[in-house]
Design a protein around this ligand. Sequence first.
Ligand SMILES: [Fe+2]
Length: 390
Amino acid sequence: MVKPFLFARTPKIIFGNGKIAELAGIAKSYGNDILLVTGADSFIHSKHGEYLLNTFDMTGIHYHIVNINREPSPEMVDLAVIRHQNDNIRLVIAIGGGSVIDAGKAISAMLNRSESVIEFLEGVGTKEHPGTKLPFIAVPTTSGTGSETTKNAVISQVGVGGFKKSLRHDNFVPDIAIIDPELTLHCPPPITAASGMDCFTQLVEAYLSNKPVPFTDALAYDGIAQLRIALPRVWKWGEDLEARSGMSYAALVSGISLANAGLGIVHGFASSIGGMFNIPHGIVCGTLMAPANAITIKRLMELNESSPALIKYAELGQLFSGEEQRSQDFYLSYFIDILISWTDMMNIDRLSKYGVKSSDFENIIQLTEQKNHPLKLSKEDLTKILESRL
Ligand SMILES: [Fe+2]
């Protein structure tokens, strides 16, 4: 029998090469004044950026620009709101990586409010956001976070007492996501690697989640199948459009999968470590993925060799190896070997590069939630995971 489940809404999804050309026409249908949230002006000065601004001018759209150059803090969101709350904005468009899309999502939710965004952050603020917001369109230029399909914006304050928490409401799912793989062609290799490993982690954690639903299993597996071919190719040949398209698709379905099935221990670490240190989200995910999955498989084996989670891990090993009729042990080892070799191949940084020390482990572990991980890992296991990538 199919178990009861809930499947969250998704944006209207417009996917395909060259689809950015439709943005001005869509934007115009909302009104003449828009707020354009982008990265540290790299997109605006690209061929696609210049084309887009020209089409805005030709369509009579008046745009204001907000630049987001790192993971958004409450101050960055509040400042954008203060600057533009009297500009009669009808639509917010975010074009960039996950940080830019999260910032745009939060700004669209805060433009008509007078409070600081911090008051609505989960675990930090005390107020509940009513979900009212301006229309919001997300246009990713990296393939990673899947923020273009999710209902939360991650807001960070780094340092002592720092946090990485979400502004979340069902209504914050973007109204429209335009996913044009051509926009990711010039994403530099380190960002391609980190965002690609974030996407990989999201797909695997949603697939292995302790609350999967039939849709997410199918989507996450399909996303992993695309990523298996595409990620090594975009790492080696950034301008391989077919592979970029595969990564754009994998990132899109990773967002839909995680929004419904949840995430696991690696994203638990990404929240705790990301609040304490200035370290990119994709690096935490990429660096911890291999040891976290290796220990999880070891513990699952000790408990029950035919557990559903181990069967799923073996399915992933089979997918990556392309081999039939091999033992479960073969497939499990194959999958972990892939994670280790990809981490090495893409030179994913270790934690110490960002100032993490073994004396921080206690604090990190205390703040780490295990989310929807397939089993609960011990404090010793969590310490081993961190030690192996210090
Ligand atoms: Fe992530």
